[in-house]
Design a protein around this ligand. Structure first.
Ligand code: 3H9
Length: 693
């Protein structure tokens, strides 16, 4: 019989212990094992109760996500849980670690539930574009009420044992070993003569205003459909008998599983874990990371310092003057106060960080002992080179010298030092203590343990780290620059920035490109354009975007950009000065005008993004398509339920996309030159996913 569910006797109790490391996912073997072990307990002389526990660090983390998309294998999870609940024996769950999704559903199929105080329960299926599919939406409302079930199933949040007990989901919370406490609890239930108590036989929860709740959840989910569908499934638990409610839940679950949103989110789940997992780093020991230096205390430097301090690292921040140093300290203090307010650190940690872990200095010599120094100074090659030359002089042997540049050539920066093997790019995203993405930019000469240390730093700082090769803009900003140009092309061809933002926000981007530009500051792009024109020897050019900046409109920070923010950042309205400036450029360029539907806008923008992404992968700047997907998801507001640009491309079909790219190229052949990798994949009938392994 199955080893994935161990069986022990403790007097008249059969103890079933799930053993499927690392997190006891409910694979087919576990489901079959549970059913078989319950039957064994029923058949054995003298068994009066069954206790279900999880071996290792969790009760059960849910259905086995790797089985999704494969042909169904018997027994199904709902059938296995029905079988457990229907047992004539008393069935009890003893929970520790997490009980998520199908794991909580197994516990809800038991007649009683005990948990240790640190246990957490949750229905995270929405993060996979799904709803609970094994009775969670039917049993949970019967115990906790419709509103509590809706909260859990639509937010996916984890609930601690005490709160779960107050909700009526857990019967007893007791500290100690889950198995031992579970056995003692079952013994007590048996001696008290406690009856079987199947949740499916409990009365349904009270009705609520279903349509209003559905609409509210739908509006909050920004295009994701699963949360609102969970409301409908919970509605079925109230309005239909248990069996029919289960069928309704099952139908919704299967429809969602077949849909693109769950495919995108499941791709994101696995890619998020795979992205920092580079085969060449296996077995490579990272260097020390106890003391980090940060050069420059502006928003970026202060953010990086904050992230490092929050992860327990000692930071020395270097500024040019005492005043600038104090301003930097003020920024970090403000960031830490935010972390304290949100409960990320305790008052004591806050105090220790400010009094002991942070040092502000104006002397390069204070970096002599740092294990790694990151510069976040002005984005200019000669300034960076001055900094690195100085660092090369003062830093100890083996110290890692990192640049936070977002565009510049890290190989060239490294070349001005005598230790190019110790130089790396660590591209954080602003605000660095909040944004999850870290691009680890690796010049050819960088030592492998330096790369490993970049990833170790990312892990320590709780970032999603992506390996990037050296090119202008690396992975993210290079692709951004291309799809931004596509947006600008559409503006010249007849779409307004507002129509473009609206279409792309409806597609699921957190913000459209022009709203993002306003947030980031229009002066940044202006400076880059001026630099590139100067490098190319072009003078006297001033586009509508330049004119907006010349008028002092840099976006949100000046109150006006593409939008007018007089009524606040969220109450943006189009800036009335912008369209007339655009009209002037359209007339001057003589670009043929056309109309764009929302779908046309999305297609044009996404085609540019996918094409550049394919070039980035084809050139080896990103190792795998999933590296691009995670970069866009965690750094650029790409909707998670679409998985990333290359997952999206696979889902919509590469041949149609290539045909569109070729058709856009009729007027701008250089910009729209198809990526060779995309052409190869189409010719071979393959998808980007085939390159992810
Ligand atoms: C569901 O239950 C549907 C049902 O309602 C209905 C069905 C009919 N399956 O995250 P970690 C792997 S939907 C397969 O690094 P942590 C993970 O990929 C499911 N594999 O550790 C990783 O593999 P690798 C609802 C899984 O300590 C390894 O385990 N449940 C699963 O930071 C370690 O994971 C969820 O959505 C799984 N369910 O976090 C829970 N879970 O080492 C999803 C994990 O090869 N899981 N793996 O990279 C989580 O939230 C976190 O993994 C957890 C542990 C909190 C459990």
């Amino acid at each position: 019989m199955s080893d994935t569910v161990a069986y022990d006797r403790h007097g008249d109790i059969a103890v079933l212990s799930i053993q499927n490391p690392p997190v006891n996912a409910l694979s087919q073997a576990v489901r079959a094992g549970l059913v078989a072990r319950v039957a064994q307990a029923e058949a054995e002389e003298g068994v009066r109760a069954v206790l279900i526990t999880g071996a290792g660090r969790a009760f059960i983390a849910g259905a086995d996500i790797t089985e999704f998309g494969k042909p169904p294998m018997e027994p199904s999870l709902p059938d296995a849980i029905d079988r457990i609940e229907a047992s004539p024996l008393l069935v009890v769950a003893s929970m520790h670690g997490v009980s998520l999704g199908g794991g909580l559903e197994v516990a809800l199929g038991c007649h009683y539930r005990i948990a240790v105080p640190s246990a957490r329960i949750g229905l995270p299926e929405v993060f996979l574009g799904l709803i609970p599919g094994a009775g969670g939406t039917q049993r949970l409302p019967r115990l906790a009420g419709a509103m509590a079930a809706i909260d859990m199933a639509t937010s996916g949040r984890q609930v601690g044992a005490e709160e779960a007990a107050q909700m009526g989901v857990i019967d007893v919370v007791q500290d100690g070993d889950a198995k031992e406490k579970g056995i003692a609890y079952v013994e007590k239930l048996l001696s008290d003569g406690a009856p079987r108590r199947p949740v499916s036989e409990m009365p349904a929860a009270d009705a609520i205003d279903w349509d209003a709740t559905y609409e509210a959840v739908l509006a909050r989910a920004r295009g994701q459909i699963a949360p609102a569908e969970a409301v409908r499934a919970i509605q079925a638990s109230v309005e239909k008998p248990f069996g029919e409610g289960m069928l309704a839940e099952r139908q919704i679950f299967w429809d969602l599983l077949k849909g693109d949103q769950s495919k995108g989110m499941i791709h994101a789940f696995f890619s998020e874990r795979a992205v920092s997992n580079l085969p060449e780093l296996k077995g490579v020991t990272p260097r020390n990371l106890d003391h980090i230096g940060v050069i420059g205390g502006g928003t970026m430097g202060a953010g990086i310092a904050t992230a490092a301090l929050l992860s327990g690292v000692h930071v020395t921040l270097l500024e040019m003057t005492g005043d600038a140093g104090e301003a930097a300290r003020g920024r970090i203090t403000g960031n830490l106060a935010g972390a304290l307010k949100r409960g990320k650190i305790s008052a004591e940690q806050h105090e220790t960080i400010l009094s002991k872990a942070l040092q502000v200095s104006t002397d390069y010599a204070s970096l002599s002992d740092a294990d790694l120094v990151i510069e976040a100074v002005f984005e200019d090659m000669s300034v960076k080179k001055q900094v690195f030359t100085k660092l090369d002089e003062v830093c100890k042997a083996g110290a890692i010298l990192a640049s936070n540049t977002s565009y510049l050539d890290v190989t060239e920066i490294a070349a001005c030092t005598k230790r190019p093997q110790d130089v790396i790019g660590l591209h954080f995203f602003s605000p660095a203590h909040v944004m999850k993405l870290l691009e680890v930019v690796v010049p050819d000469e960088t030592a492998i343990d330096v790369v490993a240390t970049g990833f170790a730093l990312g892990k320590k700082l709780n970032k999603i780290s992506v390996r990037a090769g050296v090119c202008d803009g690396f992975i993210g900003n290079r692709i951004l620059s291309t799809y931004r140009q596509a947006a600008d092309q559409m503006v010249m061809q007849g779409a307004s920035p507002y129509a473009i933002d609206t279409a792309l926000e409806a597609f699921g981007f957190a913000m459209g490109p022009f709203a993002v530009a306003d947030l980031a500051g229009l002066d940044i792009g202006w400076a880059v354009r001026k630099r590139k024109r100067a490098e190319a020897g072009i003078e006297g050019v001033s586009t509508y975007a330049d004119k907006m900046c010349e008028a002092g409109n840099f976006g949100q920070k000046t109150g006006k950009g593409y939008y007018d923010y007089a009524a606040g950042a969220k109450a943006r309205v189009p800036n009335a000065d912008v369209m007339p400036l655009i009209e002037v450029d359209r007339a001057a360029e003589g670009t043929p005008q056309r109309s764009f539907t929302d779908a046309d806008i999305v297609r044009y923008y996404m085609a540019a993004m996918v094409n550049e992404s394919a070039k980035v992968v084809g050139e080896g700047i990103a190792r795998r398509p999933l590296d691009v997907d995670m970069t866009l998801l965690f750094g650029y507001g790409f909707p998670r339920y679409r998985g990333g640009p290359l997952k999206w491309a696979d889902l919509v079909g590469l041949d149609d996309l290539l045909a569109d790219i070729r058709s856009y190229g009729d007027t701008m052949p250089d910009f729209w030159a198809p990526a060779p990798l995309l052409e190869t994949l189409v010719a071979e009938g393959k998808t980007f996913a085939t390159l992810n392994t």
